[in-house]
Write a protein that binds this ligand. Structure first.
Ligand SMILES: *[C@@H]1O[C@H](CO)[C@@H](O)[C@H](O)[C@H]1NC(C)=O
Ligand SMILES: *[C@@H]1O[C@H](CO)[C@@H](O)[C@H](O)[C@H]1NC(C)=O
Length: 515
């Protein structure tokens, strides 16, 4: 595994333009603000409440029955490429408090890399055109071992600014940045928009997820590499955050990470991805024109003002309050088959209490300018804690205080302190259903965090991932890429944001994805 000193690395990058050649398969990137964190998955469980909470970006139309047509009807996208009305989603990352409750970690949205590895491709017909209704999954929610396809990994940047990639979430050190990331399959059977077992697509057979050899009968399609960056700090988790081994859990209950997966539901204009290739690839030189005119015509402000107009599930997802259990039937487990906490022991007889409702700003449950809130409608459902989930501590309640296994309907969302998006219920308050009211954890990002991101976007692009505003405060001006470039030219990356730790999204991504 690689490990190096970040500041050294950064200045090396700034001073050595030749390194750009390492990106010759990268045609364009997209940075996304979060759209919604909810239990929907229109690919795997269309029309239903899905099994776990997803962190979703992209088209504002995102709904339980999303398809290409519906995507296109979205009034906006949270991407900074305004023609991409796709949706992308992956399990939300949670922090587990020592008393067994969970808080959603505030993330940076996503960064996507569209790459066109030219190896093993037919010059005459390099990348197949995908149908409008194309969808696919990356990774495997059932995985219980190292990924033979080498598609899934986690980046960890530690307190010494050393970084490392692992196939699982590290338990031997605290990560200041934790970034689940994955390659999508780049081989397609040339026929199906989707197959229920995802077999219409495949990873390369040679364990080379990017530019590898496709199985016989499969064609190359453009390559998607996706990152979701989480800055692990009190502002993004809540007062009292402290690291301990195993404190991070994916929304499906996996505290190890082998099961990391993601979904892409295509919402690009017809043949955009192949058109981009033909328009931006200079055959004579064999090189890409980075972010060429064809792509730039769609470059807009990053979609931070784009708010969901689709569906949401009427439940608390731990956005600002520690919730007693992960939403859905998701007892915590370790996805390594060698662990004694494997396999996942789902609650028998679990019945779904939550339902799909229209997303409205009034009812919350969606993200606005990077700040995601919990659903606060009167019908809000809260998943109850499973017995035995708490980590024994000298203080703090034990899990026997709450009943095992079922979701209860809150008689009133106010019972859970959900009177406003940033409500602060009193500690020790008890709801009419007897469920404990969680003390508020702020989870609200601070406003002083301007994060420069990807340099591939042109110097006038206004770039930041998150967060931009604090509710009640005026929006901050975002630095332009030109300003960021000047900042980067110095040796001290802290000169841009005032805090090297806070560098987010694409800038990290760009460096780390190819090192
Ligand atoms: C999960 O199990 C593996 C294999 O036993 C172990 O190495 C890892 O530390 C475990 N992770 C957690 C969070 O317990
Ligand atoms: C568990 O700990 C969190 C974080 O300190 C707190 O917000 C929450 O109220 C606690 N929950 C219970 C049931 O004690």
């Amino acid at each position: 595994m690689h490990s190096t000193h970040l500041f050294g690395l950064l200045s090396a990058f700034a001073a050595t333009p030749a390194i750009v050649a390492a990106y010759d398969t990268l045609l364009f990137t997209e940075d996304f603000f979060p759209l919604i964190n909810t239990r929907l998955d229109p690919i795997v469980t269309p029309g239903k409440v899905s099994s776990h909470v997803h962190h979703v970006v992209g088209s504002s139309a995102f709904s339980a029955t999303q398809d290409h047509k519906l995507s296109q009807s979205g009034k906006c996208t949270t991407s900074n490429l305004n023609c991409d009305k796709s949706n992308y989603w992956t399990p939300q990352l949670y922090y587990k408090w020592k008393n067994g409750t969970y808080t959603a970690v505030t993330g940076d949205g996503m960064t996507n890399y569209w790459k066109y590895p030219l190896t093993n491709t037919d010059e005459a017909n390099p990348f197949a055109e995908i149908p409008d209704d194309f969808r696919m999954l990356a990774g495997d929610v059932k995985r219980d071992d190292f990924d033979v396809n080498k598609a899934v990994s986690f980046l960890c940047v530690d307190a010494q600014y050393s970084y490392d990639y692992t196939d699982y979430m590290p338990t031997d050190r605290e990560c200041l940045t934790l970034r689940p990331q994955l390659h999508f399959p780049e081989c397609w059977n040339g026929v199906d928009s989707y197959k229920e077992d995802n077999s219409h697509v495949a990873y390369p057979v040679d364990a080379n997820p990017e530019g590898g050899k496709c199985p016989d009968g499969y064609k190359k399609i453009p390559h998607l590499f996706m990152e979701s960056t989480y800055h692990i700090k009190t502002e993004n988790i809540g007062e009292g955050y402290e690291w301990y081994p195993g404190c991070f859990v994916l929304a499906n209950g996996d505290n190890h990470g082998f099961s990391l997966h993601a979904d892409w539901l295509n919402g690009f204009p017809t043949n955009f991805l192949t058109d981009a290739f033909h328009q931006c690839y200079d055959k004579a030189s064999g090189e890409f024109t980075k972010d060429c005119q064809f792509i730039q015509q769609y470059r807009g402000d990053i979609g931070r003002d784009c708010v969901s107009e689709g569906d949401v599930v009427n439940e608390l997802v731990g956005q600002h309050f520690a919730i007693p259990a992960l939403p859905g039937n998701n007892p915590e487990y370790n996805s390594s088959k060698l662990s004694d906490n494997y396999p996942k022991k789902e609650i028998p007889g679990y019945t779904e209490q939550a339902s799909i409702v229209k997303a409205t700003e009034q009812n919350g449950g969606l993200c606005n300018q990077g700040v995601c809130t919990d659903y606060k409608g009167n019908d809000a459902v809260i998943q109850q804690q499973q017995a035995g989930n708490a980590i024994p501590t000298s203080s703090g309640p034990t899990s026997s205080a709450v009943s095992a296994g079922t979701a209860v309907q809150a008689s009133s969302a106010a019972d859970y302190g959900v009177t406003s998006a940033v409500a602060t219920p009193e500690l020790g308050q008890t709801s009419s259903t007897g469920a404990p009211v969680e003390s508020a954890v702020t989870g609200i990002p601070t406003s002083d965090t301007l994060r420069p991101t990807n340099g591939d976007l042109g110097s006038d692009a206004t770039m930041s991932i998150l967060p931009i505003t604090t509710p009640g405060e005026p929006a901050k001006e975002l630095p332009t890429m030109a300003a960021i470039q000047i900042g980067v030219a110095g040796d001290d990356p802290a000169s841009v944001s005032g805090n090297g730790n806070r560098w987010g999204g694409g800038r990290w991504s760009r460096m780390f994805s190819r090192v």
